[in-house]
Design a protein around this ligand. Structure first.
Ligand code: HEC
Length: 106
């Protein structure tokens, strides 16, 4: 009984993750801490808005012009900065940024 409940919980949580959970993405986005030297200054708690404010997601010539490109941009910053988000985390953050700023149809 207990085991089957656990399996159900696992299946449910992985389904949610792959659908891109915007609420979880919001949490990841807000809580991330990146250690990085940016413009000569060493940060131990840089976040996604240390280099670019949220305006970058709304600028007229933004790079992410489709949902797929948005996801790959998030993945790009994730990889370049050694953030360590798993692919499910990247999907969640993309879902959050889409809900908040980009508003692409999926
Ligand atoms: C070290 C600096 C730096 C940090 C920290 C950083 N980014 Fe970026 N990011 C950039 C730069 C530079 C660009 C613009 C690249 C371009 O114009 O081609 C960018 C672009 C983006 C874009 C595309 C914007 C568009 O034009 O549509 C997204 C999405 C993005 N970043 C997400 C993130 C997320 C999520 C994080 C936190 C994990 C993050 N970034 C942290 C440097 C950074």
């Amino acid at each position: 009984m207990k085991v089957s409940a656990l399996i159900t919980a696992l299946i449910l949580s992985s389904t949610t993750a792959f659908a891109g959970d915007a609420d979880n993405g919001l949490e990841l986005y807000q809580e991330v801490e990146i250690e990085r030297t940016i413009s000569g200054e060493h940060y131990t708690e840089a976040n996604c808005e240390t280099c670019h404010s949220a305006e970058i997601y709304q600028r007229e010539d933004r790079k992410a012009t489709t949902y797929a490109k948005l996801e790959s941009r998030v993945e790009g910053c994730n990889t370049n900065l050694d953030v360590g988000w798993f692919p499910e985390d990247v999907s969640d953050v993309a879902a959050y940024l889409n809900r908040e700023y980009y508003k692409f149809e999926k």
